[in-house]
Structure formats: structure tokens, C-alpha cells
Design a protein around this ligand. Structure first.
Ligand code: SF4
Ligand code: SF4
Ligand code: SF4
Length: 234
């Protein structure tokens, strides 16, 4: 069987399409990591960045009510955004809770109250930035030491999540695709099998919640904040 070329995988499964295209098309090489760092990953329903900064009163209500402890507030090291809420997808993604308590708690509409469905969310778009270390791609089973989901002060939801993650020990990795909280998750991410390789592919409905980035045992997924699927993949 023809061996799957690495670049073919990247074309199918990640934002590498974008920067390889730019590279080989004579454009400027842009690392997706740098690309993503230009924007903050805001909680779901956030207004565009300018309006968000103009309206958020830094009250921390969204952070207080988030049952997954997904939201942090910027400190003095982020002067332009000091006191505003953000999500660090590699620490804790957003689990797209029913009724979005963070949005309901926002007193100013900086998190837009008309956003009520997961499909209304546009936090960003996930991409795989190091396919060579994806456990599925290299055919390596999950070891206990590689699992990152650790929770202090666990509540019921976090305990359930930790149980689910621990169930993968010794198994092939499909964590990113299985744990995606988007209701029709294969519209957002799926595992594809091709020429004896298995790997995750981000799909058009990805909302950039960051759960796949958080839970990937190899940390090979990131989120391009506030970028649409088309911006990342075409
Ligand atoms: S939807 Fe839920 S998990 Fe996501 S930020 Fe809001 S409260 Fe937290
Ligand atoms: S693929 Fe799923 S888990 Fe990953 S960022 Fe997109 S919606 Fe979230
Ligand atoms: S969770 Fe990470 S290691 Fe596992 S299949 Fe997805 S990208 Fe690969």
C-alpha cells in the first residue's frame, strides 16, 4: 500500500495547508503558532475584540460561574487587556455548557446574550501543529503519564471528565475527536483512516472551544483565536 506522505496528511488534517501554500507559493511563511498568538481566546459569545474591550467591565462574573474553571482574567502582564477574561485552551477549554452560564452572567452583553446555541459560537478554529507527535498518527497507545487532565477542587462535571479521560489509558488515542463538546462532533473533528495511518481532521463546524487542545496527551493541537475555518484552511 502506498505510504501516506506526511504533507498529504497535513493538507487533509491541519492548517499547514495555509502556510505550506504560502511558503511554496512564494508568500511569507507564517507559523500558525505565531498567527494564533495575535488574538486572545475569549469566552463564548464575545463581541469583536474592539467592542469587547470597550464594553467589558472586568467584573469577573463569567469566570465565577464557569463550572469547568475555563475562564481566567488577564493580569498586569497583559496591559491592553488587563482584567478581561480569556481562555487558555492548553490549560482548560470551554465545554460549551448548556445555556452558557458565562453568557447569561455577563451584565454588559460583552458576551452576547443572543448566542444560545453551540453553532452560534465563533471563538476560533483548531489546528494540528505537530502531526508527527500525534499518538494516533504514530500508532502509539496512551500511557497514564501522558494524560494531562488533572483537576484540583473537582466538581461533579470535572470528576466525570477525569474518569472519561482515564478510560483511555492503554488504548489508541481518539481523545480529541471523542471529547469534542460540539453537539454534532464529527462536523467539527473526526478521526480519518487513510493508507494505514489514523489522524484527526478538523472540520468546518469547529468553534474553537479548545477542548481538543486541552486534552490532547501530546499537546499537538492549538486554536487560532477568532479565526474562521476558511481563514485557517483555505
Ligand atoms: S460555556 Fe461553560 S465551560 Fe465554556 S466558558 Fe462558559 S461557563 Fe465555562
Ligand atoms: S474540534 Fe471540537 S473540541 Fe476542538 S476546538 Fe473545535 S469544537 Fe472545540
Ligand atoms: S488527542 Fe492528540 S494525540 Fe490523540 S489523536 Fe488527537 S491529536 Fe492525536
Amino acid at each position: 500500500m502506498k505510504k501516506l506522505e506526511r504533507r498529504e496528511v497535513l493538507k487533509k488534517g491541519s492548517a499547514y495547508t495555509l502556510f505550506f501554500g504560502a511558503l511554496f507559493g512564494g508568500g511569507i511563511y507564517i507559523s500558525p503558532k505565531l498567527y494564533a498568538k495575535n488574538n486572545h481566546l475569549r469566552p463564548p459569545g464575545a463581541l469583536d475584540e474592539k467592542s469587547f474591550l470597550a464594553t467589558c467591565i472586568k467584573c469577573g462574573q463569567c469566570m465565577q460561574v464557569c463550572p469547568y474553571h475555563s475562564i481566567n482574567m488577564y493580569d498586569i502582564t497583559n496591559l491592553n487587556s488587563i482584567g478581561t477574561p480569556y481562555i487558555d485552551a492548553h490549560e482548560r477549554g470551554c465545554y460549551l455548557c448548556d445555556l452558557f452560564p458565562c453568557i447569561l452572567a455577563c451584565p454588559t452583553g460583552s458576551l452576547q446574550h443572543e448566542v444560545t446555541e453551540a453553532s452560534d459560537i465563533h471563538m476560533g478554529t483548531a489546528y494540528i501543529d505537530d502531526i508527527d507527535n500525534c499518538l494516533a498518527f504514530i500508532g502509539q497507545k496512551i500511557e497514564k503519564e501522558s494524560l494531562k487532565a488533572t483537576f484540583s477542587n473537582q466538581n461533579e462535571r470535572e470528576a466525570k471528565l477525569l474518569d472519561a479521560i482515564q478510560g483511555y489509558i492503554g488504548k489508541e488515542c481518539t481523545i480529541c475527536a471523542d471529547m469534542c463538546p460540539y453537539p454534532d462532533k464529527t462536523d467539527a473533528i473526526e478521526m480519518v483512516h487513510e493508507n494505514s495511518r489514523v489522524f484527526p481532521k478538523i472540520n468546518q463546524k469547529c468553534v474553537g472551544c479548545g477542548v481538543c487542545a486541552e486534552l490532547c496527551p501530546s499537546s499537538v493541537i492549538s486554536v487560532a483565536s477568532r479565526k474562521t475555518y476558511e481563514e485557517v484552511y483555505t
